[in-house]
Ligand binder design. Structure first.
Ligand code: CP3
Length: 343
């Protein structure tokens, strides 16, 4: 089906666009009262993720209510460990929690490569339904966690400021770590291909915990596997967002992906000069900018978009929206981006 608004896709393909396209990481859920109303009807987050009708509804909400140029499927990166045999719970106001962590051979031997056709059918069903209901209005973004970030949750068993259990394993059990990372990578490739087959127009890889690794470990235990995924996904444009990986931009130059996501600590002009002109850049306003008065948000938008200049880019935040952001400020930010014209 032809898209009525394909500006994000055109930018992702490296084309110049008539204005800056915009969508926001974590736009689905988190901030909208309309999301919370749907959520309140259900037993919890996981039921929402696993019920395609509701997942499709909250995926489309930000298109209607915020005016973004793309939808991102409502799901979570942690469906992959679950599909591999390592289920998670989402504990209210605490975050993810795994009953069984993967730290030794016996735990590893109980894992399987995810089979998207059975273990992740709720996601592909949600994508099909969302595509139908979007009816070509905007593209739909599929996503997965980067293998390192998934590994970090599976070994640590929950969120962490330092992920020192996960990092310790890279030093103490490097061979074991590589075997687990390989299984996650294989599962993720199958999963992304299933999302594309179901209708995802582009996909993003979230390496949320890139920033806890040093450069050598990042290269060996994360970028290596992101590269394998990028090489395998040739059907649609791929975006790699590695939070906190400014130190690795030089090495990321050789990634076979279309778009590189920048977090708000990365300087746009400097990142462009390191990465060269072959990528579309995405980002990178500080999510806290959205707590500012409108004139400050306006200036933040102008600074960001003039730094992108006339090179291909997709406006976004430098990480996901924070839960207590005022939706009116979000709408103002999006409108300011859409109205911006270079001077
Ligand atoms: O971008 C979108 O809006 C699509 C939906 C989406 C969710 N999670 C829904 C969600 C996406 C793309 C994710 C990705 C995700 N999940 C990441 C990578 C992006 C990032 O933020 O770095 C990570 C690290 C996770 C793991 C995760 N899921 C955590 C740590 C938490 C708890 C804290 C939080 O973010 O709220 C979640 C829960 C989660 N995932 C919620 C939503 C809407 C909140 C759950 C609720 O409604 O109670």
């Amino acid at each position: 089906m032809n898209l009525q608004n394909d500006i994000v896709l055109r930018a992702a393909r490296g084309e110049k666009t008539e204005r800056s396209p915009v969508w926001l990481m974590r736009q689905a859920g988190r901030i909208l009262p309309e999301y919370r109303a749907v959520r309140a009807k259900l037993s919890g987050f996981i039921e929402l993720v696993e019920t395609p009708e509701f997942a499709a509804e909250v995926t489309i909400q930000p298109v209607d209510l915020l005016g973004v140029d793309a939808a991102i499927i409502f799901s979570d990166i942690l469906v992959i460990p679950q599909a591999m045999g390592c289920p998670y719970q989402m504990i209210e106001s605490k975050g993810p929690w795994f009953e069984n962590t993967i730290r030794d051979e016996s735990a590893l031997s109980r894992l399987r490569i995810a089979d998207p056709g059975s273990d992740l059918k709720f996601v592909t069903d949600a994508i099909r339904l969302t595509k139908k209901e979007l009816n070509g209005r905007v593209p739909l973004i599929g996503f997965a966690g980067a293998p390192w970030t998934i590994f970090a949750y599976m070994t640590e068993g929950s969120g962490s400021k330092t992920f020192s259990v996960a990092r310790r394993m890279l030093y103490a059990q490097p061979q074991f770590s590589h075997r687990l990372l390989e299984m996650i990578t294989e599962s993720t490739i199958a999963y992304l291909k299933a999302q594309i087959e179901a209708g995802a127009d582009m996909v993003q890889i979230f390496d949320s915990w890139a920033g806890v690794l040093g450069p050598e470990q990042y290269s060996e235990f994360s970028l290596k596997y992101i590269r394998t995924i990028c090489e395998a996904i040739t059907e649609v444009p791929v975006t790699v967002f590695a939070k906190g990986a400014g130190f690795a931009l030089r090495e990321m130059r050789s990634l076979p992906c279309r778009t590189i996501g920048l977090d708000w600590q990365m300087d746009i002009r400097e990142s462009r000069s390191i990465l060269g002109d072959q990528f579309t850049l995405q980002g990178n306003a500080d999510p806290c900018l959205l707590y500012a008065p409108e004139e400050i948000i306006q200036k933040g938008v102008e600074d960001m978009l003039s730094a992108f200049g006339d090179k291909p880019h997709i406006a976004n935040l430098g990480h996901g929206l924070y839960p207590d952001t005022n939706p009116d400020k979000v709408r103002f930010f999006i409108q300011a981006i859409k109205n911006y014209r270079p001077r």
